[in-house]
Design a protein around this ligand. Sequence first.
Ligand code: IPM
Ligand code: MN
Length: 336
Amino acid sequence: MKTYKICVIEGDGVGKEVIPETVQVLEELGNFQFIYEHAGYECFKKYGSAIPERTLKSAKECDAILFGAVTTPKPGELEKKLYKSPILTLRKELDLYANIRPISNFKDIDFIIIRENTEGLYSGREYYNPYTEEAIAERVISKKGCHRIIKFAFEYALKHHRKKVSCIHKANVLRITDGLFLKVFYELSEYYRRFNIIADDYLVDATAMYILKNPKMFDIIVTTNLFGDILSDEASGLLGGLGLAPSANIGNSYGLFEPVHGSAPDIAGKGVVNPLASILSGAMMLYYLGMKEESKILRNAVKSVLEKGHITPDLGGKLKTKEVTNKILEELNKII
Ligand code: IPM
Ligand code: MN
């Protein structure tokens, strides 16, 4: 069996707790060489950079990247000026344009949010004009950016036997930017009609309501950066919170896998964080590396553990982080 090189960035807070659990689980399923690198706020305080060159270089040299979570300094803190978000830097530097966020409770809820990951309101083009006293953020929507993320969503639908792709936007107000996103969406949908993939669209505000009222109406959602960020946190509420929300950041050359949750300083160090979002991100990594069977085995192990109620406090259970991991390992040992 091939040995894969994985760049591991634990980051801050609960990132340091969920990643070791994920590594332990992955070791049961394949051969990996884990290469540990630093990033985040602690790294910033220690080395003067939140994402050192060495980390970026190593990320580029590995077959995939496993990322925990990092703490962002509070606004007003002096360091903020120099602080560069590690995850945004990685997404940009590695051109990880597709952020896949499955929303599944392994029962009735099962849809996927595909979020554009490199532009929109995250383009970093934000400034203050002291003469007009206006703070301005530019929302960059490029034709190329639209094309590649929408194509990615349709191809994903094809590959995973999904029936419908919904474009989520605010083109009634953002006529030019989201107008372009919607136009490219329907242009591309023409081609995918021959595969019987349905294409429709909804306004983002209405979508926020539909996600709560009728989540089953969605199959694949494709949307711009900030809308995808907000909707994916909202949708994870359907699963009991961020503890079950994994993600994959994919580009043409690299893949980075991370739980959607942050570093959660309030519960960090207590051993109670839910490791499943990170472990499910590990399953997405296995799929990306071509280890499809192993990925399925891991997802099934998570499903069994949930069915048996072996869960952490965020989902209403009493188990500690490590106890949940041990339950996963027990399930894996039954199969392999
Ligand atoms: C996420 C996070 C990031 C984002 C932050 C940490 C920059 O919220 O991955 O959803 O906004 O994309
Ligand atoms: Mn977010």
